[in-house]
Structures are given as C-alpha cells and as structure tokens.
Design a protein around this ligand. Structure first.
Ligand SMILES: [Zn+2]
Ligand SMILES: [Zn+2]
Length: 170
C-alpha cells in the first residue's frame, strides 16, 4: 500500500496496519505483522515515521536447525528522505543521531517497506531456539537436545580426532 506524499497533511497521518508480508526474500515466509505509526512531514521532503510494530516470525535454530516461533516487537523511529537528497538532507538542523534514515523514490511512500526493513534488523544474526541448545553432534549429526548419541568426547571436551595429536606429544 503506497501513500502519495501529497496526501500527507502537515500534521501527519496516523495509520494502523495489520497484514501479511514476505519478510525473507530467500524463502516463502509470509508473516503476520501489525503496526501502529504516524508519518509526519518535517520539511524538505523529509518525513518522520514513528510508532510500533509487532510480527510473528519463524526462524531456524542455527545450532539444531529446528524451526521456532520468534515474536518481534519493535519501536519505529525512522526518518524518510527522498532518494538522492543527501545534500539537502545535510542542511537541515535536526539531530538525527538517534534516527535511522531510509529513502523513498518518486512521490510515494510504502510504509510496508519501511516496517519490513525494521523487522529484519530486529532478527538475530545467529538465531537460537534456546540459549542452551546443544545443537547437532558434529560426528553423527544426531540432535543432542533429544538424546545423547554416545559419540566419544575426550576429557577436554573435544572430539576424538585431537586425541591422536595428543598421543604424538607423549
Ligand atoms: Zn536449537
Ligand atoms: Zn554423535
């Protein structure tokens, strides 16, 4: 849903969205999200987007590969500037240090794009279904959260291959 910037009044627009979006381009993950936010012009074609968004995502544990639900709940605080406006943007006197700046093209703003970007930033680089996830056995591939596979760990907690080296130094 794109909004024409000419339709945004000086006092801003308040919007509520509840919809689905494709969060990850790489896989067909359509997630539900909600957002309550406002878009307010602050001059020179720049808009402030502030509000709140929640989404239900499903991530894959980076240790055991199990899919798990990961709810996201974020504050939106984004400055939207027209693409190619870096020079004029630098002239205005707002303290922008705490704001994220994004760019829009033409005369329309798509709030779903902005929300999508902010949700992506909130996703951990190394998702874990549980901080104590034991992962998969590097020897046999068994999920160690479900059962111990019995592969031998030596007394230093590393797997067998190194014990050969240790014998060499005796
Ligand atoms: Zn896991
Ligand atoms: Zn094993």
């Amino acid at each position: 849903m794109a909004i024409k910037i000419d339709d945004i009044p000086p006092e801003g627009l308040s919007l509520e969205l509840a919809n689905k979006l494709d969060l990850f381009d790489t896989r067909p993950a359509i997630i539900d999200f909600k957002a309550l936010f406002s878009i307010k012009p602050s001059g020179l074609g720049i808009f402030q987007v502030t509000g709140h968004s929640q989404a239900e995502t499903e991530l894959e544990c980076s240790r055991c590969l199990k899919p798990f639900a990961y709810p996201i709940d974020i504050e939106l605080n984004v400055e939207l500037a027209p693409a190619g406006s870096l020079v004029s943007g630098a002239e205005h006197e707002l303290d922008r240090s705490e704001l994220e700046t994004e760019f829009y093209r033409g005369d329309e703003i798509d709030p779903v794009d902005i929300i999508r970007e902010q949700l992506l930033v909130a996703i951990p680089m190394v998702p874990l279904h549980d901080v104590n996830c034991k992962g998969l056995c590097p020897v046999c591939g068994k999920n160690l959260n479900e059962a111990d596979c019995g592969c031998k760990l030596d007394d230093q907690g590393t797997f067998g291959a190194f014990s050969v080296l240790k014998d060499l130094f005796k």
